[in-house]
Write a protein that binds this ligand. Structure first.
Ligand code: BGC
Length: 389
């Protein structure tokens, strides 16, 4: 008998990835074009290139997760591959993603499919991306075209971290690893509208729809409650409230942001930081879950949570702390349905391969997969449906 409480029956245990970060060769996307200077954007340290070549190696990646004991895999399908030119839908790419869904199912993994994870087709970016009011129709057409991939899929995430998409819609903003500029209201409105259209479409196809929000655990210092509330609205809460009425909401938590009456402050000197520079703060996921539950009022999945580190023992310690926070939320009656770790693989962290988030590493020349002890550890937690006692 485990000493710590068990997670609820049917709790989903998985790991997540995003197409551009692991597939490689995503040449039709705005990110690839940015990485090579063909589209405006903040400079990147290195391009994504072949990434982890998961476009070809996904069966092996999924098998590693399933063999370890996990029960779910969250991955994204790539709009830029499915619709590489406006109005041209690649049936071969739809088949590719359909094979991914089938492979997951064959291996006993519940596929959670994300329709949009940061990247857009280059043609969409050139047409002003999410700033344009036509973006809502363009996205809805893509979702409709992608429906054959979703046949029999239960969980669909429409848009990953719309709050980050809103922030990243200023081309001069790189992937922010410290502090977030406010969301852009027009972009936010379009994302909320696009989400609503996508929810309608995928629900009609029999899926349960939600979206995943980056939750930053905005913690007010004494006297900063109002400032923190205002700070969090355009960056997070507007997106969580837009999830009310969905089938579920996704929480993606990594660290916290402390807010003083003057605004956000960096971690105190001497605080442990991860490879992204973020404060090592495992309970952040608890803050995110509670805020999502309060604002959206629908079942919560942790769709991303993890740590960029070269020290895998720290990954296990971080995940233990995070899962303890999930257990506390469950004990308080919050309806948390699953935990999907970020990430299955070391991947392209939006500008660099340096921050390693993966349960699985890989050789940069041969792409040979190198599972880390944390994969076996999370698989054991999944099989026991409980943390080790
Ligand atoms: C994103 C991932 C990213 C991770 C770590 C989230 O913002 O959805 O694509 O790699 O956090 O930075």
């Amino acid at each position: 008998m485990p000493e710590r409480p068990a997670f609820p029956d049917g709790f989903l245990w998985g790991a997540s990835t995003a197409a551009h970060q692991v597939e490689g060769g995503n040449v039709g996307s705005d990110w690839w074009q940015r990485e090579h200077g063909h589209l405006a954007g903040a400079a990147v340290e290195e391009p994504s290139g072949d990434a982890a070549d998961s476009y070809h190696r996904y069966p092996e990646d999924m098998r590693l997760l399933a063999d370890a004991g996990l029960t779910a895999y969250r991955f994204s399908i790539e709009w830029a591959r499915i619709e590489p030119e406006r109005g041209f839908v690649s049936r071969a790419q739809l088949d590719h993603y359909r094979r991914m869904v089938d492979t997951a199912r064959d291996l006993g993994l519940e596929p959670m499919v994300t329709l949009h994870h940061f990247t857009n087709p280059a043609w969409f970016a050139r047409a002003d991306a999410w700033h344009a009011s036509s973006s809502v129709d363009a996205f809805a057409r893509y979702v409709e075209a992608a429906l054959p991939v979703l046949d029999d899929v239960d969980l669909v995430c429409t848009i990953n971290e719309p709050n980050m998409v809103s922030v990243l819609s200023d081309p001069e903003v790189g992937f922010p690893h410290a502090g977030l500029p406010p969301g852009i209201p027009r972009v936010t409105d379009h994302l909320v509208a696009a989400h609503a259209r996508a929810v309608e479409l995928v629900r009609a196809a029999g899926c349960r729809a939600g979206w995943s929000v980056a939750t930053q655990a905005y913690q007010p210092e004494p006297g900063a409650e109002e400032v923190a509330r205002a700070y969090g609205w355009s960056r997070e809460d507007v997106f969580l409230e837009a999830a009310a009425g969905d089938d579920w909401v996704g929480v993606q938590a990594y660290t916290r942001t402390r807010i003083t009456p003057e605004g956000p402050i960096p971690p105190a000197e001497g605080t442990e930081r991860t490879l992204t520079g973020w404060e090592y703060y495992p309970p952040a996921v608890g803050d995110g879950i509670r805020n999502a539950w309060e604002r959206a009022g629908v079942p919560v999945f942790v769709t991303e949570n993890g740590i960029a580190t070269g020290d895998d023992a720290r990954r296990i310690a971080y995940s233990t702390g995070a899962l303890e926070a999930v257990l506390e939320c469950l004990a308080d009656g919050v309806d948390v349905r699953g935990y999907l770790h970020w990430s299955a693989l070391d991947n392209y962290e939006w500008g660099s391969f340096r921050p390693t988030f993966g349960l699985i590493g890989w050789d940069p020349l041969s792409f040979e997969r190198l599972p880390k002890p944390s994969l076996a550890w999370l698989g054991d937690v999944a099989r026991a449906n409980a943390l080790p006692g």
